[in-house]
Each structure stands twice: as structure tokens, then as C-alpha cells.
Design a protein around this ligand. Structure first.
Ligand code: ZN
Length: 278
């Protein structure tokens, strides 16, 4: 089985079967994290994924030079997970959690012909989406995420610390946050200055928002001065921004944080306090 895990293919679930399967998988994930709590192997972040993997019969985790993010290899009654050694450590954590998701979904179906489907994922986007959601639940259990956010604060700089404690990517963190708090929207702006333009357009690379809000990927920031200032001065900023992004329309308090700069490409995180529209 070959997987390219991540949130890129996530979209709101629609089919009843898909929803039922996801509910089942998420409940299994909660039970698995509970087992680690009871065994005393998990009390504070980060979630010990290797311990969770052992609980679902993943006997070995190896890091290799492979093209995809990860693979789940059945060996007798147990499994080996192969991870892409060249990917970032947080990405590898997400991929391991995604592979645990495959085991959880297959396990509840039993080892029969139906179960075989759960180990063949390359073209099954429905299954991949479910495994990504389960992975998010495993690496960011809602109970501890809520505790950490309440302890450290809801501002963007506070959330940086919380995300680091869980050892997760911003994208995974943003999606988990959106399930808990629907008045805060996390958006990642990205620009690629490959055209050589002096004023590159910042576009939505991904967004994580609560119920009732939709922000299209690729929407442009309209070269807002606040985003440009954040990048040129390379520091966090707070201010007001007029947004016309999908269902998010109006002037909102925002916090900005530059998070990545590679050759001619910058990334800026933006936290929108959507409950405080002005
Ligand atoms: Zn997969």
C-alpha cells in the first residue's frame, strides 16, 4: 500500500457511507488514545505515536529512501510501516498516524475480502480522506488540545507554542483547531515570486475554518499592505484586514506571523478572529 498522506485532498465529507466509516474510524482513534492514557504512556503532548502503533500490531517502523510519504506492509498478522526518510519529522509523524488509521479501519472490518480494500489506498480518495482525519485525531486529541490552548492562550503566538508541543505541522494544527473553535480561522498565505514581479500576489495555500465558513484555496490577498509588511519586516503583526475570501467578508481583527521563506517563496500564517467582525 502506498500513501501520500496530508490534508491536501481533504474536503467536507458528503456520502453517508463515507461519514459512517469516518465516525467509526474516529471512535477507534479515541479508544486507542484512551488505551495509551490508561497504560500511562500518554499524559501530555506530544502523543507517543510509536506506542500507539505497537498497540495496533505495527511491529516495526523503518525510514527509507522511498518516493511516497509512507507504506503499510502486512507481515503475517502484523504490519511494518515504511516512512519517507527525507520528509520533515512532523510530516513523518502525520504519515505514521495516517497508516495507523488504515489499520484501525481495516481491523473493524475483520480479515476478509472486504478488509483487503483498506490496505489498497492509492486510488481510493475516500479512504485516504478518512485516514487523514483519523491521523489528525491521533496526533491532536481534542481533550489535550483544548487543555493546552486554555492553558497557554488563544493568540497566534500562544498557538505557536501549543503546535510545537504536539510536534505537528501548522496545517494539521489548523484543522484540529477548527473543529474545536469555530470563531478562529487559520489561513496560510503563500506567494511564489517566479515571475519576478515586484509585488507578488499572496494566495491562500490552505485554510482551516469552523462550520459555516468556506475559504477557497488559491484566493488572492489583494496585496494587502499588512501581509507585505509582515514579510518585509519578518515579524508578527496585529491589525485589521478587509477580507473578501469566500464566505469571509468584511473587516476583521487579524494576527500575522511569517513562518517560512525559501527561494522566492514566503509563507505567512494569519489568524482571523472571525467572531469579532467590525
Ligand atoms: Zn493511505
Amino acid at each position: 500500500m502506498r500513501c501520500s498522506s496530508g490534508y491536501a485532498r481533504m474536503s467536507p465529507s458528503s456520502a453517508p457511507d463515507e461519514k459512517a466509516e469516518l465516525r467509526r474510524g474516529l471512535a477507534e482513534a479515541d479508544r486507542l488514545v484512551d488505551s495509551a492514557r490508561s497504560a500511562g504512556t500518554y499524559s501530555s503532548p506530544p502523543v507517543p505515536l510509536e506506542s500507539l502503533a505497537a498497540l495496533v500490531n505495527i511491529r516495526k517502523i523503518v525510514r527509507l529512501d522511498i518516493r511516497e510519504s509512507g507504506r503499510l506492509v502486512p507481515v503475517g498478522q502484523s504490519f511494518v510501516v515504511e516512512l519517507n526518510a527525507s520528509e520533515h519529522r512532523y510530516r513523518q509523524r502525520f504519515t505514521l498516524a495516517h497508516e495507523i488509521g488504515h489499520v484501525l479501519l481495516s481491523r473493524s472490518k475483520g480479515r476478509n475480502q472486504v478488509a483487503e480494500r483498506y490496505f489498497r489506498c492509492s486510488n481510493d480518495s475516500q479512504l485516504e480522506r478518512a485516514c487523514d482525519r483519523i491521523a489528525g485525531r491521533l496526533i491532536l486529541p481534542p481533550r489535550e488540545l483544548r487543555q493546552e490552548v486554555e492553558r497557554h492562550g488563544h493568540g497566534l503566538s500562544d498557538l505557536v507554542g501549543v503546535a510545537r508541543r504536539f510536534e505537528v505541522s501548522w496545517q494539521a494544527f489548523g484543522f484540529a483547531m477548527s473543529e474545536l473553535f469555530d470563531d478562529r480561522i487559520l489561513i496560510c498565505w503563500r506567494h511564489s515570486d517566479l515571475s519576478g514581479s515586484k509585488r507578488p500576489a499572496y494566495r491562500v495555500a490552505w485554510s482551516a475554518s469552523g462550520s459555516g465558513t468556506f475559504i477557497p484555496k488559491g484566493a488572492a490577498s489583494g496585496n494587502d499592505p499588512l501581509v507585505e509588511q509582515c514579510v518585509s519586516e519578518w515579524r508578527s503583526l496585529k491589525g485589521e484586514m478587509t477580507l473578501r475570501l469566500g464566505t469571509l467578508r468584511g473587516s476583521y481583527p487579524v494576527e500575522l506571523l511569517p513562518v517560512g521563506r525559501a527561494r522566492r517563496q514566503s509563507e505567512v500564517l494569519m489568524l482571523v478572529h472571525s467572531g469579532r467582525r467590525n
